[in-house]
Write a protein that binds this ligand. Structure first.
Ligand code: ATP
Ligand code: MG
Length: 234
């Protein structure tokens, strides 16, 4: 039997805050098969971002295991984890996280600096990626000269630079109007259809419609859809 693409067991992330332990994740088990589209849902503070950060190797667990394509993230040293972040994962944030002093093409090319590409290769590849997110005509614009939806498309282009197999997106449409949000959701769906594994934190019903898998979090634990709706604060 082959193991799933991502296998999470007993995952914990605890924070010590003035003598109090905050259990951001409190024993989470999740299997994510390859080439799926998973939507993560949960109320504010339930541990959604924490889960994405641990999966993306941006932070380390307090306990438990994260296996990614047969590799144990929780056992990697800093160098291995940095390599993992660079090669395997594309991260998309709610607030885009673009560098304000750089234009769109430079933002997209930025992660390539660390992967041994020449400036010429970087420029060509950045333009190609911007074209893929329909921003071929905006390569010289800085973030402040782009709409929110366009900035998020630049961020998506940037996340694809190293051809990651896993795309993590934390409320990628949270700051966008309905129409721009729909474009971003379509892009993420296209990435899934082109063979990537996508994991998105979102409560948008249109995003949930793309989901092949759903994860419901309450107080740092995974619950069933029924439990989630029963406890729903809506
Ligand atoms: N660096 C930190 N130090 C201490 N506590 C933290 C830290 N980061 C997160 N937490 C706590 O961990 C819990 C989970 O936080 P997390 O950001 O994962 O929630 P979330 O589900 O993403 O919420 P939101 O929907 O508001 O983004 C929260 O109670 C939060 O206060
Ligand atoms: Mg969050």
């Amino acid at each position: 039997m082959s193991s799933p693409f991502i296998r999470i067991r007993g995952l914990q992330k605890h924070y010590q805050m003035g003598g109090v332990t905050v259990r951001a994740l409190d024993g989470v088990d999740i299997d994510i098969p390859r080439q799926t589209f998973t939507v993560v849902m949960g109320p504010s503070g339930s541990g959604k971002s924490t889960l994405l950060y641990l999966l993306g190797g941006l932070d380390r667990p307090t306990g438990g295991q994260i296996e990614f394509d047969g590799q144990r993230l929780d056992e990697m040293d800093e160098n291995q984890l940095a390599l993992f972040r660079r090669k395997a994962v594309g991260f998309i944030f709610q607030s885009y996280n673009l560098i304000q002093s750089m234009n769109a093409a430079e933002n997209v090319g930025f992660p390539m600096q660390f992967a041994g590409f020449s400036p010429k290769e970087r420029a060509a590849r950045s333009l190609d990626l911007l074209a893929r997110v329909s921003l071929g005509d905006r390569s010289l614009h800085r973030p402040s000269e782009l709409s929110g939806g366009q900035q998020q498309r630049v961020a998506i282009a940037r996340s694809l630079v190293n051809e990651p197999s896993l795309i993590l997106a934390d409320e990628p449409t949270g700051n966008l109007d309905t129409a721009s949000g729909a474009g971003i959701m379509q892009l993420l769906s296209d990435l899934h259809k082109s063979g990537r594994t996508v994991l998105v934190v979102s409560h948008d019903p249109r995003m949930v419609r793309f989901a092949t898998h759903k994860i419901f979090l309450l107080d740092g634990r995974v619950v069933s859809e029924n439990e989630y709706h029963a406890a729903s604060l809506e």
